[in-house]
Write a protein that binds this ligand. Structure first.
Ligand code: FNR
Length: 368
């Protein structure tokens, strides 16, 4: 069904956009969006982790001067929500990313534009608000990476997000079973004219994965080179281990995004929520952390902040809201998430994001 130009009455909370999405997205496309790599183990883990934590109500606290504002590496945000990088929004709406980022701008929500967007980064920037970052993959040719970087700088993006957790593409069994193929309008227009990755030849008996594809994967040298090429802060996305976080900081990255690619890369990776506390503990309080994976409600946001995140990025939920009601749906989804977060703050006695950060969650060991 094409997107509505009103909010359907069934939508009462942010999660309802996921529930309603199957009415608006064809089954094979939905399998591609929902599915993770392999058996969806990490997709399931991301969601399940929230149920192991609870938020304890606190009484008689004055939150009447409360607000959701937060400063992330010098960027003043009205609330701790961002839209994370998600490829090809025109899969679910003909307006694509331009529709999504207009809504985000109206809701004071920073966006991270994907390299694999269905319009160019320049077009996207024209519809987006001032708080926009650009997500990059290192290209096979340094000259192409540099060109992409210079274009992002020229188009006014405020930070570069380097996604490091997907050096090889992993098949999703659900997507294969649904026989999904990207439609012809989903082409990475940002990369037009650049040299595409080519599978290197491997000697007989050698591994196609290890000696072939991974031999061409990004390295620490490449990362340090990129950091040295730009004045923009460079963030690393896909961090799941404290030692990687520390090494990335030492290599000059400005912040990290704790993420397992929404369960779409290493199937069997832990839930992002479960690794967050150790990464925060290793980094201390100075290094900014954005978190993603399974955020579907304001209480999920609260829990991620309480366990160490400074802000969270929304993945799939933005495509679901876009499919249901276009820009209106995306704006409404963000409004609902923010209100759900505010309700948690009010009832947990938190007047600020700092208060949430200082809150100890209740661990529900025996939850089923
Ligand atoms: C993604 N993600 C992603 N990440 C990235 O760095 N570049 C990209 O182009 C994409 N594309 C993409 C497409 C689709 C369909 C999905 C579902 C995800 C990962 C994304 O940024 C984020 O890490 C996860 O989506 C977060 O998990 P949730 O919120 O979807 O559960």
């Amino acid at each position: 069904m094409p997107a509505l130009n009103h909010i359907p009455p069934e939508i009462r909370c942010a999660l309802d956009y996921e529930t309603q999405a199957p009415r608006f997205i064809a089954a094979p496309t939905l399998a591609y969006i929902e599915g993770g790599s392999g058996h969806d183990r990490s997709v399931v883990a991301n969601r399940a982790a929230y149920a192991r934590w609870a938020i304890t109500p606190r009484l008689l606290r004055d939150v009447s001067a409360g607000n959701t504002g937060v400063t992330l590496a010098g960027m003043n945000m009205a609330h701790p929500l961002m839209l994370g990088p998600v490829a090809f929004h025109n899969l679910v709406h003909p307006g694509g990313e331009r529709e999504t980022v207009r809504a985000a701008a109206a809701m004071d929500c920073p966006v991270i534009a994907s390299t694999q967007s269905s319009c160019t980064l320049e077009q996207l920037a024209q519809s987006a608000g001032p708080q926009r970052w650009f997500q990059m993959y290192l290209q096979p040719q340094r000259a192409d990476t540099l060109d992409l970087l210079r274009r992002a700088e020229a188009a006014g993006y405020g930070a570069i997000v380097l996604t490091l957790d997907a050096p090889i593409q992993v098949a999703s069994l659900r997507t294969l079973a649904a026989q999904f193929q990207l439609p012809p309008q989903c082409v990475p227009v940002n990369l037009a004219g650049y040299t595409a990755a080519q599978e290197p030849a491997v000697a007989a008996g050698a591994s196609r994965i290890l000696q072939g594809l991974m031999a061409a994967a990004p390295s620490w040298d490449e990362l340090r080179w990129l950091v040295g090429q730009t004045r923009l802060p460079v963030w690393a996305k896909g961090v799941m281990h404290a030692d990687d976080a520390l090494a990335l900081r030492a290599a000059g990255v400005a912040g990290i995004i704790v993420s397992n690619h929404g369960g779409r890369s290493l199937d069997g990776a832990p839930a992002t929520l479960d690794v967050l506390p150790a990464i925060r503990a290793a980094l201390g309080t100075d290094m900014p952390i954005v978190f993603d994976g399974g955020i579907r409600s304001g209480s999920d946001v609260f829990k991620a902040l309480a366990l160490g995140a400074d802000a969270v990025a929304i993945g799939r939920l933005q495509l679901y809201a876009l499919a249901v009601a276009g820009a209106l749906g995306v704006a409404h989804m963000l409004k609902l998430l923010r209100e759900e977060l505010e309700i948690c703050m009010a009832l947990a006695g938190c007047a600020s994001i700092e208060d949430i950060r200082a809150t100890a969650l209740f661990h529900q060991r025996d939850h089923h």
